[in-house]
Design a protein. Structure first.
Length: 360
């Protein structure tokens, strides 16, 4: 049900730093919109955050949004300037695209329009001509809105259903499409994939599980391959090893080595991996979430992603699992074709949006 705003004049929108107390208070507002335990776009990337906006009416927070740059931003002196000074100097400092994230708003078109109008005006003054979102800085963090699908899986962020409409009415258009698929025919063996696997093993490729007692060292190898494998992805930006480490080191608590498989060539170099975790959102413990499949871009390793995925499915079946979710695949990515080959059925869709800002 849409919330009624009686006096638009009483709405105030505050420009804030992500480290400010008012932004922290907006997290409490955001949490109040969702059932307990639901993962939403809460994380704020302070390394890339330019600023935030918090919308208030009658002392109550009713909306918020943050702006991010794709790369870490170190011009602390500029960001600490008062807003008016920043807007004056901004045109010399910024250009091109900006990413919008951490969007939360009450279900009211007047409120959302007011927030977007204010944000767009500030961004245009700063010199930006393109806004993309939702994205918390880059594609290593939360991004995309879920546009269909009901059941949540571990690692999937949720947003309120009406947010997509609010973005579209503010002039955004969908520019990228993503899918998650669910595979239940885990026992099915594709013979062509088996032939590929035998060929690679004859050439010295070895498949093994991650070594949990060397978790950080294994993560470093996964990081190095990821930088190469993901370089051609849409809106990809590399991150530093320390940031990757801080993000994935805590997964050791829930990771099970049998669901993280590495492929190494005859020189011992990592050439591919499949990284899956138990779907802890499912009380039955019957499923896995395949977060990432990646391989070396060398042509001799074509089909390695299929091999890793099929081997994961077969092991999951032998362990009594009922399904594997292939998460967040770009509609034009080889991962989706891989999932289709393995009889995946789409169970959720997502979109990323863009708006051109008229800076004239």
């Amino acid at each position: 049900m849409s919330e009624v705003i009686h006096h638009i004049e009483s709405i105030q929108i505050h420009w804030v730093c992500i480290s400010d107390g008012l932004w922290g208070a907006s997290n409490l507002f955001a949490k109040s919109l969702y059932p307990a335990g639901v993962q939403f776009h809460e994380y704020s990337d302070q390394k890339r955050a330019l600023c935030g906006w918090v919308m208030i009416q009658n002392a109550n927070i009713i909306g918020r949004m943050a702006a991010y740059l794709g790369q870490p931003y170190n011009e602390e002196a500029l960001l600490q300037l008062p807003k008016d000074e920043l807007l004056i100097k901004g045109k010399k400092a910024f250009s091109g695209k900006v990413f919008l994230g951490n969007y939360e708003c009450i279900n009211n078109p007047v409120a959302s329009e007011r927030l977007f109008e204010h944000v767009f005006n500030d961004l245009k003054h700063l010199g930006f001509n393109q806004a993309i979102g939702p994205m918390t800085g880059n594609t290593w963090n939360d991004y995309r809105f879920k546009t269909s699908g009901e059941d949540l899986f571990l690692g999937e962020s949720q947003q309120l259903e009406y947010y997509v409409n609010q973005w579209l009415k503010s002039g955004f258009r969908a520019i990228q499409n993503y899918h998650s698929t669910q595979i239940t025919a885990l026992e099915v063996v594709n013979e062509k994939i088996q032939v590929l696997a035998r060929r690679l093993m004859a050439e010295g490729v070895v498949f093994r599980n991650v070594r949990m007692n060397q978790w950080e060292e294994e993560l470093k190898r996964i990081y190095d391959l990821s930088l190469v494998s993901f370089a051609g992805n849409v809106l990809y930006e590399p991150i530093e090893w320390q940031e990757f480490r801080d993000k994935y080191l805590p997964l050791q608590r829930i990771a099970d080595p049998q669901w993280i498989e590495l492929a190494e060539n005859n020189q011992g170099a990592l050439i591919g991996f499949a990284f899956a975790i138990p779907n802890l959102m499912d009380p039955s413990n019957h499923g896995l979430v395949l977060k990432t499949v990646a391989r070396s871009n060398h042509k001799s390793y074509r089909g390695l992603g299929l091999i890793l995925a099929q081997q994961l499915h077969l092991k999951a079946h032998q362990a009594g699992k009922k399904y594997v979710i292939h998460a967040y695949m770009h509609s034009g990515n080889a991962s989706l074709a891989c999932s289709n080959t393995l009889h995946g059925k789409i169970n959720a869709t997502y979109q990323l949006f863009e708006k051109t800002l008229d800076t004239a």
